[in-house]
Design a protein around this ligand. Sequence first.
Ligand code: DC
Length: 238
Amino acid sequence: MIITLDGPAGAGKSSTARRLATRLGWCYMDTGAMYRAVALAALERGLQLEDQEALAALAAALVITFRDGRVLLDGRDVSVEIRTDRVTTATRPVADAPPVREAMKQLQRAMAEQLDVVTEGRDQGSVVFPGAALKIFLVASPEERARRRYRERLESGDGSQSVDDILAAQTRRDDGDRHRPVGAMEAAADAIRVETDGLSLDQVVEQILALARRRGVTPAVPRQLPEAGAGSTISSAQ
Ligand code: DC
């Protein structure tokens, strides 16, 4: 079974999806991290970010693994590196490239096959998993999202950007996410909008769990794909 969580940057998708997966004993797939991993690999290999076919070939050849809350690229832990500003900037042309999106769609479907997965991104309910058991579109006001991001950065010791700086960058990213020709961020027609302004993480998760129960979703025994053999995998959220 699949639950999709889509929505703009900073709406709380990652923490919500992770917590939801833990509560259900399901796998958690962070598709933003996958696009980031492709961008990091492209930078490391010196690929031209305009060369969409080369990026797509790279995306199809990489092994991306989610394990114990970490992201591995060809077996190497890149969880921190993929969040740097340099990689965030390079992720834009990667995520905009239609051949890359096609490769990622195939990869994401293959990774989720036979598993119970909470997946988060921009196009998971609308494009990648149209038959998902439950589709959530998580929203929060731009100001609230920018304030959250500001607090997160401060907590990690980075006070270099003001709330206004973050809001301006976020507006640019939102516009890019909404207007890319393929895989644009949009709520699937059958997605349920969940507004997170003023709600705690627990309240949001409880709301989604209640919706999931109504769809017959039940907690599962955690499973992990076998290690043997190449291939991108996800394991249960920790
Ligand atoms: O959620 P995030 O900030 O980690 O996503 C990184 C980038 O990847 C961002 O520019 C949006 C893009 N993305 C996408 O186009 N489709 C997805 N399913 C997930 C992320």
